[in-house]
Design a protein. Structure first.
Lengths: 255, 255
């Protein structure tokens, strides 16, 4: 099993993802928000790039929510912002969410262009769910850091390193993966890593330290969100299924 | 002073290099070879992408050498390969060298497209020359890892981290620069870092361990090669000048 880490989404132009298990990670905050929304019962998340797109799609879909932010600030006409803690069951249960997220949407879209069949959505909040699934599949793996505007993000790289540690010692690592593991090992504490990143410091500066605390929580949810390709990317979640057949599967379990 | 590290040349599409001091590094082996050739008296190095280009330019310039390799193997009709240890004074003194190097040439060319006025050439062989010059200039800095085929290379990242350590504590670091420093600190020994990289292991597998030993030597040369933009990129070296005015400047000193 080979593990590759794309330290920035710019590297997507240089890879062929056909046949690989592919994960996109954007810890601060797109994938943390997607995981939280789906864990709290949202029907699906549709990532789009601009607030205008989100509002246009919601026009034809009045039960849906248009969500997200620009530069960390709320968008007029939007139901919720970019902060995962806003996505409570009361607000999202059963609803479709059009979420504006430049970096996350772009990384997922480009992964499909490079041959990914589906894209798993990773965050510290569902770290074990993602890594257990990758180990179960046993295929070559590509972990893609969404970063920011085509550049590397420390927080995403540390997620990749934590994931690699859980895949065991027999995995064959590319240089990107070796770098991710080194980065992860240099932070004992996830929150410290997030606070060391440029985007983490920016979020603190505009008053979102509670989001850092939340996004740093490992394995708060046991959930595997999966993005499917299409004109619109649709992300739905399969709660991970119990391995013992005697246990009742959780609601929505697809296995 | 802000220090940015582009972990792969793919990130060049996302940056504006105008006004910055820019370094391209391709430790294994393009920039190590360029530094060695110029230190041993080559008149200039002209990096080109393909062997055909190198041979075509040499046709109109019979005193020049067409050099480089493909996949680590020699090219028919070429004077020298990609191995820096081949570039002895006897072979290169006073000559122009057309050097084929895909990753290095591409990174330098793209740096000019993104606004770099000139590009410094960095390798462990001239680490202090480059870092002293960057500190002297006091401008914002972009260190660009040439890597391999648009992907990150561990060996180049460790160079960037070593360089950042020499710039002092007051530099403001991007996430890429923080990651480079973490990578550098995880290797006490440069050779160990090179042997941990994918390309380093590949070079050992095809019999070039002597190149790893050579490219890992820090500060073997006190030399600052600089690439100037143009239809052809020309790289010449200024031996670094003595700071005490009483000392005679070395041959070729431009200060």
């Amino acid at each position: 099993m080979k593990v590759d880490v794309l330290i920035s989404p710019s590297e997507l132009s240089s890879v062929d993802l056909r046949g690989m298990a592919v994960v996109v990670v954007d810890v601060l905050r797109a994938t943390s928000t997607i995981v939280t929304a789906l864990a709290n019962g949202a029907a699906e998340v549709v990532p789009v790039e601009t607030p205008e797109e989100a509002l246009r799609y919601r026009l034809g879909d009045p039960a849906a929510l248009a969500c997200g932010a620009r530069g960390g600030k709320p968008v007029e006409g939007f139901g919720l912002g970019n902060s995962p803690v806003e996505y409570t069951p009361e607000r999202v249960e059963g609803r479709r969410i059009y979420l504006t997220t430049t970096n996350g949407t772009e990384a997922i879209r480009k992964a499909f262009e490079r041959g990914a069949g589906e894209v798993l959505i990773g965050a510290f909040l569902n770290l074990s769910s993602v890594c257990d699934e990758l180990r179960r599949r046993g295929r070559d793996i590509a972990l893609i850091c969404a970063g920011k505007e085509g550049r590397a993000g420390l927080e995403d790289l540390v997620f990749c390193g934590r994931c690699i540690e859980r895949l065991g010692d027999e995995a064959e690592l590319t240089d990107g993966a070796v770098i991710a593991r080194i980065a992860s090992r240099s932070f004992a504490d996830v929150k410290e890593a997030l606070l060391s990143s440029q985007h983490g410091r920016y979020l603190v500066s505009i008053g979102f330290e509670r989001d850092i605390d939340f996004c740093a929580r490992e394995d708060l949810f046991d959930l595997l969100p999966t993005a499917e390709p299409g004109d619109l990317i649709r992300i739905t979640a399969s709660p991970r299924c119990p391995t013992a057949p005697s246990q009742a599967p959780p609601r929505g379990c697809r296995a």
